[in-house]
Design a protein. Structure first.
Length: 372
């Protein structure tokens, strides 16, 4: 059995002190404040009613138990630590800027500006009410982007009739009306086309409201999900030919910016022939002039995990300028191309060495030791 490390005992002791303090400092506001007599001595009723005070129970820390050797983790906590250690060891096989993509996490974790459908019952609280669904093609728009929205009434029969209209609001003012076209997918689904967005006097970003009105069964129902319209300070100008350097595939990406400083680029590397997402890439560097480049690097371990030697495609690019003084806001760059081709190379061209992160390995070993 392993004793808890000194640092953990320190944390445990601190938590115990905080818990004890919270126990003793807690008071019942319904009880009257103590009173004193005119001469400053305790009032008679306080002396007469004084009762012995029971000792407070020792605070219990979740996941920690007391043994004859001192404090230790219980079995449930040890199992959690072992699971964390295994997941940590799996993750530390790759650099944090070159991570194999789990297909189940593609939409939620590795794709930028993915909109989430707004599905709300027409009559709240009624389980039999039809559902009104609104899904924009993006959650964040830049100047010149086309706003296309899918709208659907779920739960109506094909024999029933419905109509949909929509407008786009900026601070309560209508700035565009949608062209509405029924789809062939179902009797009550519609395409809403707001055209290309061009807003003036946007210093950073603004929230726009898509107000859709659904009419069916003699009643109208309005719903208004929101999206962001963002001013841009940078842009992707192109991608240079890829090359192998030691254990990495280097992909230089040309960037122009109105504000030199620290920029970050994220992208997904896909197999060009199958479209399968392979590796999530990230680069973060200081751009000292208006024209520069950010180099994405895919590690051979991540590429071999995917099994694809290429050719590849870069997709789902997201360019940002990192927060700096005085405003400390994240600013955005635009990406005009949906995908960029990337040449592949034989795995034999790489220096085939495993990625090593000594600090992360020590943490994983310590978690495994404590959990054993």
């Amino acid at each position: 059995m392993h004793k808890v490390s000194r640092s953990l005992l320190g944390i445990t002791a601190a938590l115990a002190v905080i818990s004890g303090a919270a126990f003793f400092l807690g008071s019942d506001p319904s009880q009257p404040e103590p009173r004193a007599s005119d001469d400053g001595s305790p009032a008679p009723d306080l002396v007469q009613d004084k009762q012995p005070v029971e000792a407070s129970p020792e605070p219990q820390l979740p996941g920690v138990k007391e043994t004859e050797h001192g404090l230790d983790f219980d079995e449930a906590m040890k199992a959690k630590l072992r699971d964390i250690s295994e997941a940590y060891q799996e993750r530390t096989q790759y650099p944090e800027f070159s991570v194999p993509i789990n297909p189940d996490q593609l939409e939620s974790k590795y794709r930028a500006d993915i909109a989430v459908p707004s599905d709300v019952p027409a009559r709240l609280g009624d389980p039999d009410s039809p559902t009104l669904s609104i899904l924009p093609n993006q959650s964040r728009y830049f100047a010149g982007d086309s706003m296309l929205v899918s709208a659907e009434i779920i739960g109506l029969s094909e024999q029933e009739t419905s109509t949909v209209s929509a407008r786009l609001l900026r601070g309560g003012e209508t700035i565009a009306y949608a062209t509405v076209t029924p789809t062939q997918e179902s009797a009550h689904s519609y395409h809403l086309d707001f055209g290309a967005l061009e807003l003036r006097n946007v210093d950073w970003k603004e929230v726009l409201t898509i107000e859709a009105e659904f009419a069916f069964r003699g009643k109208s129902h309005r719903r208004g999900p929101t999206v962001e319209y963002v001013a841009t300070v940078a842009s992707i100008e192109g991608v240079a030919p890829s090359e192998v350097e030691d254990e990495y595939l280097r992909i230089p990406v040309y960037v122009s910016t109105e504000k030199p400083g620290r920029h970050r680029l994220q992208a997904n590397l896909l197999d060009a022939s199958t479209g399968t997402p392979l590796v999530h890439l990230r680069a973060e560097e200081d751009l000292e002039s208006r024209d520069g480049s950010l180099v994405l690097k895919a590690h051979i371990a991540a590429l071999k995990q995917s099994g694809s030697e290429g050719p590849y495609e870069l997709k789902d690019l997201k360019l940002t300028r990192m927060p700096t003084s005085p405003n400390y806001i994240t600013e955005y760059g635009r990406v005009d191309e949906e995908r960029y081709p990337v040449d592949g190379h034989d795995f034999s061209d790489y220096l085939d060495e495993p990625y090593v992160n000594e600090k992360a390995d020590r943490i994983a070993r310590e978690l495994q030791r404590i959990g054993s």
